[in-house]
Design a binder for this molecule. Structure first.
Ligand code: HEM
Length: 298
């Protein structure tokens, strides 16, 4: 196959830029959309439990179970997703970081509290009905997700909020924290999907409302599952988008790692901004420095 000539190459690049520009949604409207979608998921899971599953109570019956899906979707999907996106808000990019860290940690703590209450509801329901605990794939995956989330919260608190954590540890742990942040959200979405599926199989089994006949409840709950999935994927996509990341290559943490790894002093372009293109290549080529610490996101 013939290699593309220069003109074709330039045209290809132009198309690429054009399509990239078309996808260039501003962050805040995207966030408003995500917020609406999150609220819709919470409203739908509440409506499902209220309208088709008998509502809510604290008496150990199936109405106690109903708190479980509502609290899990609200905590481990919607509130957790909001916590994950805090550092994508452009206002967080300048000025003191501490208030945003506190907001991020508090939203995550709120998500954690709702999650614990949601688990308490289902364990209480199982125990009062004499149903065994932890037998299903859903319960194993769900509990695994919650344990991972607990470790993530504790490690994040220790590394980023306690003042005596060394800056090099923060900078080294940060990419791990970011990776597990997205992973936990996707695991939560998978837990919700398996939980919804399981609940529909348990509940819709008599002749008139069999799941395979696709009654209104099944359409509603399947739709809820898809909306939760879309919410999770959109949050992960927003987290991964380079232009929405905080340009923190110059934070004290990052500088300390840069110095520790390469012995680099102040980069050339900081001393003389006109030297930027030449100084750039030298550091970008260093394999040990994570990309976000480099200048492409400055
Ligand atoms: C992140 C979200 C979720 C997590 C982490 C999670 C976790 C768990 C755990 C650990 C159990 C076991 C409780 C026990 O054995 O006593 C459980 C049970 C259950 N969950 Fe969830 N859950 C989530 C979301 C949902 C949702 C949205 C539904 C939808 C109705 C649901 C439906 C169920 C059902 C029917 C059970 C009882 C049967 C079983 O143990 O598998 N879950 N969940």
């Amino acid at each position: 196959m013939a290699a593309p000539n220069e003109e074709e190459g330039a045209e290809g690049r132009r198309c690429h830029h054009r399509s990239a520009a078309m996808l260039d949604v501003p962050f805040l409207p995207f966030c408003a959309f995500l917020g609406t979608l999150g609220l819709l998921c919470v409203a739908m899971v509440g409506t499902w439990c209220q309208h088709w599953r008998g509502g809510f109570s604290l008496d150990g019956s199936s109405r106690t179970f109903n708190w479980h899906p509502v609290l899990m979707v609200t905590g481990l999907v919607v509130l957790y997703g909001a916590a994950a996106l805090v550092y994508r808000i452009p206002n967080t990019w300048s000025g003191p970081k501490l208030p945003w860290k506190v907001l991020h940690g508090s939203l995550a703590l709120g998500a954690f509290i709702l999650t614990v209450l949601g688990l308490a509801a289902v364990f209480c329901f199982h125990n009062s009905q004499g149903t065994p605990n932890m037998y299903s794939l859903h319960s194993w995956m769900g509990l695994g997700t919650v344990l991972l989330f607990s470790c993530q919260w504790a490690a994040g608190f220790g590394a980023f909020l306690l003042p005596w954590a060394p800056a090099w540890l923060r900078a080294l742990y940060k990419p791990i924290h970011v990776f597990f942040g997205s992973t936990i959200l996707l695991l939560s979405v998978a837990s919700c999907a398996s939980g919804i599926n399981e609940k529909l199989f348990f509940s819709l089994k008599n002749g008139t409302t069999a799941y395979k006949l696709l009654p209104a409840e099944a359409v509603f709950a399947n739709t809820l599952g898809l909306l939760i999935l879309i919410f999770g994927v959109l949050v992960v996509a927003a987290l991964a988008r380079p232009s929405w990341k905080r340009p923190d290559s110059d934070s004290p943490d990052s500088r300390q790692v840069r110095d520790a790894l390469g012995g680099f002093g102040k980069p050339d372009w900081e001393a003389a901004p006109s030297a930027q293109p030449r100084g750039w290549g030298r550091i970008e080529a260093h394999p040990c420095i994570p990309q976000p610490l480099l200048s492409s996101e400055r």
